[in-house]
Design a protein around this ligand. Structure first.
Ligand SMILES: Cc1cc2nc3c(=O)[nH]c(=O)nc-3n(C[C@H](O)[C@H](O)[C@H](O)COP(=O)(O)O)c2cc1C
Length: 359
């Protein structure tokens, strides 16, 4: 039984390495770090050729310590997306915006600009923020969890209002923002897709009411069915339809044994201090990642491990799709190499299985 009617094929994305040491919190590497712009650009071009649909960054202001200072060097994602949109022609490119760090009118204006640069290929991931250290560096205190999401809701209502209301006619009052006669000109050519990537009840309600996509942190394939159904049911209560993506760590070799050996090497070289800092920060407030172990955080910072042969990886992606996942945001060990290999070795299998539309 399909999870719902009139589905598109699985949307393929890449969780891009715009930050250092992505995407394993480990000192194990078989290729140089790829955070620099030129590497990101080459990955974007390879992704377009391989049949990917979208690119997604990580927004960070500070690293997580340890020997790798995990994510410590990073490209800011509004400016990063603008550059990648200018050199690609088909891919959607997302920016990730921390609500406490941007004014919504400024974000709306930047987004409208990127929509025009790219002829409608930009999208936005709006996150409430969770790392106290990052915001302490800016002198900003994180709000309590529920209020954080109330403010994020206001942020999204303002973006949408500015993008769709007659210029000069948009007004909004809230404890955090006051917009009077709001105007963003040009408005985007179409409303950019809005993503949120939280999994708490506060996040679920926000996505159900105001977003287009939920990006889920899931610990097992089975979680995919339960969580995506929950998100869709909540959206239906608001008379809306949303889509769900998850982020798998994709690792495949000729044999299952070889792939498992690489997985073991990554975990054996865990940057324990960085993993502990990451896990401690993320659990503040909601407990959304309570069931995750340090080992799970090591691979893709909490990504779903999808490991084996090319056929096993394709089968598992199909299973996720059958269980209600509409998009997969790939985390890789070596981004450029794996993006090209994915295009040659996995996309044809997904096409044969009817999981992705003819690309
Ligand atoms: C796919 C994905 C991407 C995310 N990207 C970011 C990010 O770039 N920056 C950030 O601070 N948090 C990011 N998050 C964290 C979420 O926004 C959220 O804060 C976290 O999942 C905890 O939220 P919750 O308490 O509502 O569950 C991401 C989460 C997921 C699943």
């Amino acid at each position: 039984m399909p999870p719902y009617e009139n589905r598109d094929g699985l949307q393929l994305g890449i969780f891009m390495p715009n930050c250092s040491n992505m995407y394993a919190i480990s000192t194990y590497r078989t290729a140089p770090d790829e955070w620099e712009y030129e590497a990101n650009k080459q990955i974007a071009l390879a992704a377009e050729a391989a049949g990917f649909d979208f690119l997604f960054p990580v927004s960070r202001w500070k690293g997580f310590g340890g020997t790798t200072n995990y994510l410590g060097t990073s490209l800011e994602t509004m400016t990063w997306a603008a550059a990648l949109l200018a050199v690609t022609s088909k891919l959607r490119v997302y920016s990730t915006v921390h609500v406490p760090a941007f004014h919504p009118l400024v974000a709306a204006k930047m987004g409208a600009t990127m929509d025009h640069i790219s002829k409608g290929r930009w999208g936005i991931n709006i996150v409430s923020g969770w790392s106290r250290e990052e915001f302490a560096m800016m002198g900003i205190e994180l709000l309590p969890h529920a209020e954080r999401y109330q403010r994020t809701a206001a942020f999204i209502e303002i973006l949408t209002g500015l993008w769709t209301t007659e210029p000069g006619m948009f007004h909004y009052d809230s404890p955090w923002y006051r917009i009077q006669g709001g105007s963003v000109l040009p408005q985007p050519t179409r409303k950019p897709p809005i993503v949120n990537a939280g999994v708490s009840d506060d996040a679920k309600e926000l996505v159900a009411r105001l977003c287009d996509w939920a990006f889920l942190g899931i610990g097992s394939v089975e979680d995919a069915a339960v969580l995506s159904q929950d998100f869709r049911d909540r959206a239906r209560r608001y008379g809306r339809a949303i889509r769900c993506a998850c982020y798998p760590f994709l690792l495949w070799r000729e044999t299952e044994k070889e792939a498992e050996e690489v997985r073991r090497a990554i975990v054996a070289h865990m940057d324990r201090t960085a993993v502990e800092n990451w896990a401690r920060g993320l659990n503040i407030g909601s407990g959304s990642f309570d069931q995750f172990t340090l080992e799970m955080f090591t691979l893709g910072a909490g990504a779903l491990p999808v490991i084996g042969t090319a056929e096993q990886v394709a089968e598992k992606l199909k299973r996720l799709y059958d269980l209600g996942i509409d998009g997969a945001l790939a985390c890789f060990l070596n981004y450029h190499e794996d993006t090209v290999r994915f295009g040659h070795e996995i996309v044809p299998l997904l096409k044969q299985m009817g999981v992705v539309s003819g690309k």
